[in-house]
Design a protein around this ligand. Structure first.
Ligand SMILES: CC(C)(COP(=O)(O)OP(=O)(O)OC[C@H]1O[C@@H](n2cnc3c(N)ncnc32)[C@H](O)[C@@H]1OP(=O)(O)O)[C@@H](O)C(=O)NCCC(=O)NCCS
Length: 181
């Protein structure tokens, strides 16, 4: 089923738009989850969610460089609890840069269990060991305290504010060097 990796409690696998749209909508149809995610959210319905999954998975299939957006599956229940991402950051002009970021989104019901940290740790290892990245970043809106806390549990170093990415919006930047892992 195109599993990327497993951790103690989680399995990271490819999203399957035909099958997973309902579970994805539980995440991306919830305004509490999408509050910090920017344009295009929350998803209005399952069909638009399916189309978004198709678009995103096709984009990463075309890129075919090991980056992407994967489903986080809870092994115990086999439910999808979120997404974990590794991708190139878009710059001020929204064209991709050579800097790579990790990202995490969880279903509201699965906050507070350590799943973002567990999946994030696995994704950093994938980025360093499989993609051979020397550095991985995270960018977070300054008010997104839950996400900032994930970066800190992962040992990422706060660099300060930046407006180099995502069309120039001001974000907090965090960094982890492969040599420190
Ligand atoms: C950001 C987000 C993923 C963080 O979720 P989270 O559940 O707070 O983070 P984790 O999965 O790392 O869980 C940590 C929490 O679980 C608790 N926890 C329970 N069991 C744990 C375990 N085995 N290991 C680690 N933490 C555990 C921790 O104490 C912590 O709780 P606290 O917040 O009360 O201190 C979540 O808020 C979210 O999906 N937000 C919306 C999407 C978003 O904004 N994404 C980031 C964009 S930059």
């Amino acid at each position: 089923m195109a599993i990327l990796f497993e951790t103690e409690r989680l399995m990271i696998r490819r999203w399957i738009p035909e099958r997973d749209a309902e579970q994805a909508f539980e995440i991306y149809g919830d305004p509490k989850v999408t509050y910090f995610l920017g344009r295009g959210f929350p998803e209005p319905n399952i069909e638009s969610q399916r189309q978004s999954l198709i678009r995103v998975t096709e984009r990463y299939n075309q890129l075919n460089n090991g980056t992407g957006f994967w489903a986080i599956v809870e092994k115990e229940t086999t439910k999808i609890v979120g997404s974990i991402i590794i991708k190139q950051l878009p710059g001020t002009d929204n064209v991709t840069t050579d800097d790579y970021e990790v990202g995490w989104h969880l279903r509201r019901a699965d906050w507070g269990k350590g799943y973002a940290t567990e999946a994030g740790r696995g994704m950093l290892a994938y980025g360093f060991d499989i993609l051979n990245l020397p550095v991985i970043y995270a960018v977070v809106k300054p008010e997104n305290h839950a996400s900032i806390a994930v970066t800190q549990r992962l040992g990422m170093k706060p660099i300060g504010r930046t407006n180099k990415y995502y069309g120039g919006v001001e974000l907090l930047l965090f960094q982890l060097d492969s040599s420190l892992v």
